[in-house]
Design a protein around this ligand. Structure first.
Ligand code: NAG
Ligand code: NAG
Ligand code: NAG
Ligand code: NAG
Ligand code: NAG
Length: 494
């Protein structure tokens, strides 16, 4: 009896259909026509697990705050007022529940009732053992080669779908759901007809939502890998590229070495040489005035260091990271690529990492790594095809976390209104379903159940290693909290 219960419980926990864009169960004519995305939870068969109090099917609240002037349209793009073009009712989960049907636990919570708290620690990819590295590569490859059972991706506009009566969705792999999400959120707005697009719009970049959006994206990805592999202890690693002369993760053990036959391609000794990209040709879609159809578009391309050096002289230095972390204001002025002395804009790469001045002609920090890779990583819309994207963004997220811990901003420091479309605090992040607001990810990773090994209490480590005299601990802790990056520099002479 008990074993049967355990088998059922395991099934429910491990295979419950879940949580985002587009939930397969909402990609139907019926769901689109009724505009309701409230799938039932398998645990009790009720919509949103309502009978068990997990959540309720509720009207979506449209964002009310005005957007910035960068996007002068309304009613032309399916991402406006997300997700109202597609759905006006979704599951809103109670307690520690999460997911399109409230079948999952909130980040950092585990167990059948989602009441076990656990912290996972993301580590430097070079600190993984050989076995851990090869396991990470095999998980990535499994995700790339397993069709997603939970999600499908949308391949047409709502209008092309005749307001829902003619659904246009495609099956893709677990990995490619994420490639597609990054494409869809950053794509240009189609204004109707071939070549008629608006390029100065991006629902996850060039504005304050950049850091919260990618934080959510990585958390979801990590969760999906756990579900796919059944390895609930899986935690993604990061790549600390400070002062790296070259792409030191570009080895066959990690992200793939260069092909001896073609400098633009990956070595046959890497599994990634056989990966095929999707959604990587924004120019071609724009010319035709269509969305990416999620079909395969050839191999992954990468040629690290063979980029335009006037745009990116080298990978970012420790001093540039320290300068960026020292900027006090999360975002400033128009909160776009022109923002001066903005932590977000400088971290993203459009603020000069030695002066903080916006509209920089040189790309720094986050953007520098993308340009440096000179291939699939270099176009915003297709960049998530390259698995380096995940290692890179995990490091960017760790720097975001470092800034949050030093500055301890109140939630109201995240802009309420006036940010470019998609980026106000209460805007639902495109294209996630269920709904998450930008401001919900403007808080310490500890609250979301994860930590970075580089940020764990360094003074304890130093005490243990004998570098630090116990009498100085209080002093060091004070510095650690107030000036995290200076503390790191101080360590070097020891
Ligand atoms: C949601 O959309 C449906 C279908 O278009 C419509 O009938 C309903 O009135 C809408 N509900 C709200 C709250 O706008
Ligand atoms: C879709 O809905 C819009 C607005 O309600 C309407 O103008 C248009 O005719 C509809 N298109 C189709 C194909 O039903
Ligand atoms: C996706 O795959 C499922 C299962 O193989 C199939 O039933 C469904 O028709 C496919 N959907 C699309 C849009 O191709
Ligand atoms: C690679 O770099 C060259 C300049 O060295 C540039 O012309 C080309 O556009 C870059 N390719 C990509 C995909 O970024
Ligand atoms: C940024 O600073 C420069 C130099 O002071 C100034 O010309 C520019 O207008 C400022 N931009 C914004 C958006 O404030």
């Amino acid at each position: 009896m008990w074993s049967l219960f355990l088998i059922i419980a395991t099934f429910v926990v491990c295979f419950a259909p879940s949580f985002q864009q587009f939930p397969r169960r909402c990609a139907t004519r019926e769901a689109l026509l009724s505009k309701e995305c409230c799938p039932s939870w398998d645990g009790d068969g009720s919509a949103c697990g309502a009978s068990s109090g997990r959540g309720f099917c509720q009207d979506v609240q449209a964002p009310t705050q005005p957007d910035g002037p960068q996007y002068p349209f309304s009613g032309v793009d399916d991402r406006e007022k997300w997700p109202l073009v597609f759905y006006n009712r979704t599951c809103q989960c109670a307690g520690n529940y999460m997911g399109s049907n409230c079948g999952d636990c909130k980040f950092g919570f585990y167990g059948a009732n989602c009441n076990e708290r656990r912290e996972s620690v993301r580590r430097n990819v070079f600190h993984l053992s050989r076995a851990e590295m090869s396991q990470y590569i095999s998980y990535l490859n499994l995700a790339k080669n397993t069709m997603s059972t939970d999600y499908v991706v949308v391949t047409g506009t709502y209008e092309e779908m005749e307001n829902g009566s003619n659904p246009m969705f495609a099956n893709v792999s677990v990995y490619d759901v994420y490639v597609w999400m990054h494409y869809y959120v950053s794509r240009d707005a189609l204004l109707g007809g071939p070549g008629n697009v608006w390029t100065n719009v991006d629902f996850a970049h060039w504005a304050p939502g950049f850091l919260p959006w990618h934080r959510l994206y990585l958390l979801h990805w990590e969760n999906d890998i756990r579900k796919l592999t059944g390895d609930m202890s899986f935690v993604m690693p990061y790549w600390d590229w400070r002062d790296a002369g070259d792409c030191d993760v570009c080895t066959d053990e990690l992200m793939g070495a260069r092909s001896p036959g073609d400098p633009d391609l990956l070595s046959p000794g890497s599994v990634f040489s056989s990966w095929k990209v999707i959604c990587s040709q924004p120019g071609a879609y724009n010319e035709r005035g269509v969305l990416c159809d999620a079909s395969q578009e050839g191999p992954l391309r990468r040629n690290p260091g063979n980029h335009n050096r006037n745009q990116v002289p080298r990978l970012p230095s420790s001093a540039e990271v320290a300068f960026t972390l020292g900027l006090r204001d999360y975002d400033t002025g128009p909160m776009d690529r022109t923002a001066n002395m903005s932590f977000r804009n400088t971290m993203e790469g459009f603020g000069d990492p030695s002066t903080g001045r916006g509209s920089s002609t040189r790309m720094g920090m986050h953007a520098a790594i993308h340009v440096f890779m000179n291939g699939t990583m270099s176009s915003v819309q297709g960049s998530a095809n390259d698995p380096i994207f995940l290692l890179h963004h995990a490091y960017i997220d760790s720097l975001y976390e470092q800034w949050l811990r030093v500055n301890q901003p109140s939630p109201s420091e995240y802009p309420d209104s006036g940010a470019p479309i998609g980026h106000n605090g209460d805007y639902n992040m495109v294209p996630f379903l269920p709904l998450y607001k930008n401001r919900e990810f403007f808080l310490s990773s500890k609250e979301l159940g994860y930590e970075y090994s580089s940020l764990q209490d360094s003074s304890e480590y130093l005490l243990a290693s004998g570098v630090l005299n116990p009498r100085n601990v209080f002093y060091m802790r004070f510095i650690y909290q107030k000036h995290l990056f200076r503390y790191e520099c101080l360590l070097i002479p020891f």
